[in-house]
Design a protein around this ligand. Sequence first.
Ligand SMILES: Nc1ncnc2c1ncn2[C@@H]1O[C@H](COP(=O)(O)OP(=O)(O)OP(=O)(O)O)[C@@H](O)[C@H]1O
Length: 799
Amino acid sequence: MSSPVTGPASTVKDREIAAEQRYVDVAYERLAEMRADAQAMLREGFRIAQAGTKASLVDRDAMVHQASLRAQALDVADDGLVFGRLDLFPREPENGQQPGRIVDGCEVRYIGRIGVRTSEHDSLVIDWRAPAAEDFYRATPEDPRGVIRRRVLHSRGHAVVDLEDDLLDPDAAGDLTIVGDGAFLASLARTREGAMRDIVATIQREQDEVIRAPAEGTVLVRGAPGTGKTAVALHRVAYLLFRHRRRFGSRGVLVVGPNRRFTAYIERVLPSLGEGSATLRSLGDLVAGATATVHDTPGLARHKGSAAMAHVLRRAVADQAPGAPGELRVVFRGTVVRLDRPALDKIRADVHRRVRGSVNAGRRQAIDALLDALWKRLADTGGPDADADDGQLGLWNAILAADGLEQLDRPGGTAAASDRSRFDAVVREQRAFTAFLAAWWPIRRPQDVLASLGDPERLRRAAARDLPADAIGPLAASFAGPALSYQDVALLDELDALLGAPPRPRRTPEGEDDPFVVDGVNILTGEEVADESWEPQMQELTTSMERLERSRRVDDGVVDERPEYAHIVVDEAQDLSPMQWRMLGRRGRQASWTVVEDPAQSAWEDLPAARQAMEAALGGEQPRSRGRSRRPRKPPARRTRHEYELTTNYRNSTEIAAVSSRVLALALPEARPARAVRESGLDPVVTVVADPRAAARAAAEELLGQVDGTIGVITPLSWPAADRAALTAGLPDRVQSLDVLEAKGLEFDAAVIAAPETVAAESPRGLRVLYVAVSRATQRLTVVTTDPQWRTTLLEDGA
Ligand SMILES: Nc1ncnc2c1ncn2[C@@H]1O[C@H](COP(=O)(O)OP(=O)(O)OP(=O)(O)O)[C@@H](O)[C@H]1O
């Protein structure tokens, strides 16, 4: 075969670009027709709705939903619709596949954001997630998979502006033109605008293997900073929703990131891939009605996140509610019946044992147990005073008759059973009883129980031996404070599981009074009972959006129905505490998982405990919220697991990667750094200063003139928020200051690391936290330190 025609002669490239543009124009014309069809379908859906029958509303719901998804996907495809082309050895079409287009003896496939077919159903563009697109990402010179040339088309809007070719099989190239000058590497050095972008055109082989990994069980992805773990996890979501829409589309996919800044950073990736249906949450806003605003100090986080906290919270909900009365007094037929504190404590302990974890739903049992105990106490004291009761009854009936109301029965006969039911009815209606119940067994909200642990005495009782004595004071102070931390949110979820939903009001047959409704309040649920007839027809017919809304309903601080998902993606999983894993496990008892992590970046001290909690969550084991089992625990069922490692660092220049490798060698000598691929010629700067705050600000100001994109000023966790804000006050928005934990997962064109000596010293995992900080920048890194030794450590090999 003759040798291929190669660039870089611009005329050759221009000719090639023009030829590709002609093809791309045809694809866009067809896309415009498809968008018009989708709009017509939407209009048709609304037209059916106007017809007004119930059946047509259901049809409309399905139709409008489908049509709007389709319209949304078509809209996002408008930008860079076609980004790839494969020239392959012609092959026999596989089962059900169409024969490819043959051009100059090669089979040609165009790859794009969505699949586009002509009106005759011939393929114009193959969706990047379809099996026929796999070769685009997997072919290498060592294993060309029949691909002769792979071409990446770089576009701006509808215009093809550049091309880059890989010749995978030089012997077979024939007259194929090869152009390109390293546009991929150049694209890695692009300016960062503050939000992550999709990498659909340049996914690398090892990344593609993760994206297309089996949908069942768990996919566990490890890799050093910048290897594309987050990018890959998000593309995997788009892949799963495309290939298994029925399974994952209806029950949903949850993507969990470490903090809100991170979720804001990645939130545009999935929509840009045409997927708006996945739920994106940070660990701080997974629980409806609660939002974390602060990170705990490492010391507090260690206790709040530990598995022992589950036992502490279990005891906390079993403890008496704040302000609970120490005595119950009711009157029956003139006899005062009393339960004192020890008797009440015993009843509470018995009921807690019986309701097994659903404290709010246990109110009914609590009422029954109180009535039993009162009845028994009455019997012990010789029974009711019948004469006194008759007198009282007569008085009541006189009052009722004056109001024209039905009179109470005079106790007929002396059968014990009817006495007991009369006793129950009379006591239950006494204000002394209902007021007691509301204070002694109130409907409790997770927030209230957590806040009640701000009382050190109460926390000490709940802690038993599960927390060290010196942790009680700082923890109580934290629970008493107004701010909710990321770890607190997992505790709220645990409490929500322990407390359970309040019992549902019982529907009583028409005309019959509900014995649990006293003065317009249901004493079981604490709910006010409105006197209006229920209209089932109004609620039967709902749209999928309404159902979704309802499933997320928050009722007075209690999560109404905790959503469960079919697939959960956990990013930065190395930092999850056992309590956070329990929170996730409750949302994915039937789920398959994609877990993405870098153990070397872990700030969490007790990794084995976190691993154990992770295994329980992935195995679908119900988080245990009650006492320790006496029986040996069954190991969680291990679902299928596929493990992958990503090895190339696409973020950092080789110069910056060298600095982060030195920190890694200190933090975790046995760990292997990833291979950085892009040299920038810009050496990191480490300056020794007296005042790191002033120096960090000065460094940020200097960098403003050196990079066009984002600048992150990363500070120790212990620096007050006000100091942090002062670092960037008055500077343009593209400069952000953040603490080392907030920097997780983010990237900037330039980063300033303030006081590495403090970051390294402020927690037992400080060096790993510093490793995260120094691996955030794509182009320029400046470190300001008070310690000359750190200059040597960061810049010299083997220091
Ligand atoms: N195949 C690729 N083509 C182009 N850019 C890529 C590719 N893979 C990753 N990147 C880019 O590299 C950067 C790092 O990716 P990402 O944030 O996903 O890495 P990470 O492994 O999650 O890092 P960290 O552990 O620090 O969170 C991003 O800007 C991403 O877009």
